[in-house]
Structures are given as structure tokens and as C-alpha cells.
Design a protein around this ligand. Structure first.
Ligand code: PGA
Length: 296
């Protein structure tokens, strides 16, 4: 191993994540989180990351704050980084409820313009200023229901990264693409387009969520062995786009009908670094169990 590559790997795996933690005031996570370094070696130090996505739920502020309240006792000593993506009107209040816990508040999407005459739009700086530390981009419901193209998703990722927040780029194939054997190709394209123009340095704040569209909200979990293979392929694509050091350091979450019953096995796979959880994140006990996963 050359001194240059050792230095590069030290910068990618230690200095960059540390400087990001300091910038975002989340240094405490290095104490609470269990990096996979113990089992996988320094090149693959990836802190697991469990994220909830409340989508257009719950329907009132009161319901949102009481759901957040009920998560607090379950967030004692977590084995991972945790965030929940809540609807815009609830961000401030939920951030207030969760202050002092290890659960971060995140946005589900942002608009790619900074400000101006864009009725209904919410900027990255707006959600950051009310307490978000991440925003999703490219969730399949944004792509299919709201027409977010790969180019729009890419603009959103870059706009999120202009702030100090992290971006969770969601990718995934449809059922038809899965059945046609196009899974890896579709994900490689969404990944390359979504990350177009994103610098190697900014990749320390990017998380990828692999969410097969056919598994979202359907109760059909992608078998963990299949998901592992897709994650390997996504990581290989990251190595092509950037470098093997970066590919080894980027966290790849699995999403699609994750429950307390499936999380442990999914999290035991070497390339599954976390989960993005929809339906089960609306039930405190279920999300509590998921964020306290135990590798099977
Ligand atoms: P689900 O949603 O867990 O309800 O399948 C996952 C997601 O859309 O992120």
C-alpha cells in the first residue's frame, strides 16, 4: 500500500466524516454509534444509518409530536445514526421534541431553486434553518407521482449539498425492470445521473438508498441475499464513478417494506448499511425495534 493511498484513505474514512460531524454539530454520534470497522477493516468504516420516512403522515401537528414523543424512550443508546423525514409543517416542532436525543430530523424533498416565485416550493436552506440535517432526493414517489426526472433529482442533490446537510439519493428499479433483469443497469443509470457533478469531497455527505419500487409499501421485502447483490453492484458503480475508497465509505441503505421482522437479517449483510423505512416508521414500537436492530 503506497503512502499516498494510505493518506487518501485516512482522509476519506476519518478526516472528512469527522469534519462533517463537527460542521453539523453531531460529534456525539461517534460515541453512540457502532462503526462497522470492527468487522470490516478501516477501509469500510461505515456507521449504520436507519432513516424513517413519514411521507404525507400523520395528519395533524398533534399526532406528529406525539409520535415523536413516543420515539424518545426508544432512542436510548442506538447502534446507529437515525433520522426521520417528516412533513414540512412539522419539522420545527418535531425537531424540538427530539432535541437532546440521537434522532435527527430530515426533509423528504426540497426544491432546487434558492428562492423566488415558485409557489409551493421549499428550499434546502429553509429546511436546514429549521433543524434538518439531511434531505431525501429522488424517492420513487417523487419520481412517479410528481414527475421528478433524473435531472431534477440531480439538481436537488446538488442543492442539498450546497448547505451543510447530507443528501439521501434514492434509486431503484420498477417491477417490470426487475423481471426483465435490468436491476443493475437501471440503478447504475439513476446513480450516475443523480450524482452528476457531485464532487468526491461532497460524497462524504451522500447516502444512497436502494429502494426497489416493487417493494415499497407492498409488504414484499426484497430477499436479503438479492438486496446484498444489488448493493454490491451499486458500490461497484460508485467505485467506477469515484474511487474504491469512496465506494467503501458511502453508506447504502435498503428500503422497501422493512419491518422489525426483516431488519436484523438485512442489516447482517455486509453491503447493507442501513434502512429507509416508510410504513413501519409510523408505529413507534416498530421503528423503535428497527433502530435498535441486532445483526442476525
Ligand atoms: P415502506 O416505504 O417501508 O412503506 O415500503 C419505504 C419508502 O418508501 O422509503
Amino acid at each position: 500500500v503506497s503512502p499516498v493511498s494510505t493518506m487518501k484513505s485516512f482522509i476519506m474514512t476519518t478526516l472528512l466524516p469527522l469534519s462533517y460531524a463537527f460542521q453539523t454539530g453531531r460529534v456525539f454520534q461517534s460515541v453512540h454509534t457502532r462503526a462497522k470497522v470492527e468487522v470490516r477493516g478501516a477501509m469500510e468504516m461505515r456507521t449504520p444509518f436507519i432513516a424513517g420516512n413519514w411521507k404525507e403522515n400523520p395528519v395533524t401537528l398533534q399526532d406528529a409530536t406525539s409520535l415523536a414523543e413516543s420515539l424518545k424512550p426508544l432512542a436510548g443508546s442506538l447502534p446507529c445514526e437515525v433520522g426521520i423525514a417528516v412533513p414540512y409543517p412539522f419539522i420545527s416542532a418535531v425537531a424540538g421534541v427530539l432535541e437532546g436525543t440521537d434522532i435527527q430530523v430530515m426533509a423528504q424533498s426540497i426544491h432546487f431553486e434558492d428562492s423566488g416565485a415558485f409557489t409551493g416550493a421549499v428550499a434546502a436552506t429553509m429546511v436546514e434553518s429549521v433543524g434538518c440535517s439531511y434531505s431525501l432526493a429522488g424517492h420513487s414517489e417523487r419520481r412517479s407521482v410528481f414527475g421528478d426526472s433524473d435531472a431534477v433529482v440531480n439538481s436537488k442533490v446538488k442543492k442539498i449539498l450546497e448547505t451543510k446537510m447530507g443528501a439521501i439519493l434514492c434509486i431503484g428499479e420498477t417491477q417490470g425492470e426487475f423481471e426483465a433483469g435490468l436491476t443493475n443497469e437501471v440503478n447504475a443509470i439513476q446513480l450516475s445521473k443523480g450524482l452528476s457533478g457531485v464532487s468526491a469531497e461532497d460524497m462524504s455527505r451522500v447516502v444512497i438508498a436502494y429502494e426497489p419500487v416493487w417493494a415499497i409499501g407492498t409488504g414484499l421485502v426484497c430477499p436479503s441475499d438479492t438486496a446484498q447483490l444489488v448493493h454490491e453492484s451499486i458500490r461497484a458503480q460508485l467505485a467506477k464513478l469515484y474511487s474504491s475508497e469512496i465506494a467503501d465509505s458511502v453508506r447504502i441503505q435498503y428500503g422497501g417494506s422493512v419491518t422489525p421482522d426483516s431488519v436484523d437479517e438485512l442489516m447482517s449483510k455486509p453491503d447493507i448499511d442501513g434502512c429507509l423505512v416508510g410504513g413501519a416508521s409510523l408505529v413507534a414500537e416498530k421503528f423503535g425495534r428497527i433502530m435498535n436492530f441486532e445483526e442476525a
